[in-house]
Write a protein that binds this ligand. Structure first.
Ligand SMILES: Cc1cc2nc3c(=O)[nH]c(=O)nc-3n(C[C@H](O)[C@H](O)[C@H](O)COP(=O)(O)O)c2cc1C
Length: 245
């Protein structure tokens, strides 16, 4: 199935000034995999979270809660997280555990899309096909939070089940746009969720809360090759089915 570049829809039917702003934000946003050291000021992070509180949720339940790091806490977290993941990688021993099952398999078109974006990243950073050592090192960057000055973890109330997770997805999408609108780069990371016990200890997450995913954020290092590609998207024909009669 073909995939396409994302593009500005400035001249599409019905576009308004508001829609052009949204289009710009949606087109500019990307998952950032290299950061500058500069932290995001505390009050700007507050604004990002304040904007994101407008996310929709079933029954307005707003099940999301966020743990966020800044300053020394980021460095303590990076040390614990990266230390554990690199030790696991060296021992070839998975000590990972997530609160929700990870996908059992990516097959068919999902496998194709996973491969495409994976190769875009490897090509950007100069990893050759089959170089498992280099791809392993790149994968570990997740746990170094790609050098970001901030990490966050999103949790849901366990009792709300699948729809609580869906509401957290709604929150995550809103958060990504809020960040982009403030010039903050971010990457959502399921990689965080694979170390739920470590996150629980570090952030003192209570038993009634389940870890949905994490994210790293800060200001993008645009000179880094990992930030030099853009993921593609399925065509509308692959996604939307019309019924008119
Ligand atoms: C729920 C979720 C989990 C993700 N987990 C990871 C991750 O662990 N590591 C990573 O490098 N990217 C992760 N991503 C980023 C995706 O790879 C990225 O969103 C996708 O390729 C589309 O690219 P874009 O965000 O640049 O538009 C995740 C994205 C989402 C929404």
């Amino acid at each position: 199935m073909p995939s396409v570049e994302r593009e500005l829809l400035n001249d599409a039917p019905g576009m308004t000034d508001h829609a052009r702003v949204i289009s710009q934000l949606l087109t500019d946003r990307f998952s950032c995999r290299a950061y500058l050291d500069d932290p995001v000021p505390h009050d700007v992070i507050q604004t990002m979270f304040a904007l994101s509180q407008s996310a929709a949720s079933w029954c307005n339940s707003q099940p999301w809660q966020v743990h966020v790091t800044e300053g020394n806490a980021t460095e303590r977290f990076r040390e614990a997280f990266y230390g554990r993941a690199t030790a696991d990688a060296a021992a070839r021993k998975m000590r990972r555990a997530s609160d929700f099952d990870f996908p059992a398999a990516y097959t068919g078109v999902y496998k194709e899309r996973q491969r495409e974006v994976g190769w875009q990243l490897y090509k950007a950073v100069g990893i050759e096909y089959g170089d498992r050592k280099a791809s392993g090192i790149q994968a570990l960057e997740n746990f170094r939070m790609f050098g970001a000055p901030h990490a966050l973890v999103i949790t849901t109330e366990r009792d709300l089940g699948t729809y609580g997770v869906l509401d957290c997805g709604s929150y995550l999408g809103t958060l990504l746009l809020a960040a982009e609108s403030l010039g903050i780069a971010m990457i959502p990371q399921a990689a965080f969720a694979s170390y739920s016990p470590l996150l629980r200890d570090f952030f003192e997450i209570p038993a009634n809360r389940a870890v949905v995913c994490g994210a790293s954020f800060g200001y993008a290092d645009m000179s880094h090759p990992a930030n030099n590609f853009r993921s593609r998207r399925a065509t509308l024909e692959d996604v939307v089915s019309w019924l008119s009669e």
